[in-house]
Design a protein around this ligand. Structure first.
Ligand code: ZN
Length: 185
């Protein structure tokens, strides 16, 4: 397995729309294993292929306390949405920023397993937030898109400055860690 590099906002590659996964082969199984390793190491509770510069409709997540219940969704589509809920979100591609985002509270999703078989599942709470956040990534959308343009600009400038400092001082200590890994999706 290998850890993959996570793209960071405002990298334009994060705006790419993923295309459907068609081959459920060994390469796909390796990608899933690498994405899970990368997500757990980050640490985060969800990761979309878009974030590791693979533009295929695939996402992984694990919202369990023990980090032992990986979920894989391939070619996911929402069948229904119900209610609205506001919750705090962070993102591995927008490090160290947390903002309130409103989304449907409950969703029903249809997706494929790593072997290609189709399943449907009802999600709510953190699972619903995480799935919708990751499906946005597959559509080239980021949680900062839900914020005011002023706030988004402020985040963009801060991250560009940090990215520039990292390029110029590659050995320097990383920025302070996220205050709550539990909401980093
Ligand atoms: Zn994210």
């Amino acid at each position: 397995m290998a850890r993959l590099t996570i793209l960071e906002f405002p990298d334009p590659r994060l705006r790419t729309r993923a295309v459907a996964v068609e081959k459920f082969d060994g390469a796909l199984q390796r990608l899933i294993a690498d994405m899970l390793e990368t997500m757990y190491a980050a640490p985060g509770i969800g990761l979309a292929a878009t974030q590791v510069n693979v533009h295929r409709a695939l996402l992984v997540m694990d919202t369990s306390q023990e980090k032992n219940q990986p979920q894989v969704y391939i070619n996911p589509e929402l069948l229904s949405r119900d209610g609205l809920e506001v919750s705090e979100e962070g993102c591995l591609s927008v490090p160290n920023f947390f903002e309130q985002v409103e989304r449907p509270a409950r969703v029903r999703v249809r997706a494929q397993n790593p072997d290609g078989s189709v399943f449907e599942r009802d999600l709510e709470g953190l699972d619903a937030v995480c799935l919708q956040h990751e499906m946005d990534h597959l559509a080239g959308k980021l949680f900062v898109d839900y914020l005011s343009s002023l706030k988004r600009e402020r985040i963009r400038r801060r991250l560009e400055k940090e990215q520039k400092e990292r390029r110029e001082h590659p050995g320097a200590a990383p920025a302070s860690p996220a205050r709550s890994a539990a909401r980093v999706i």
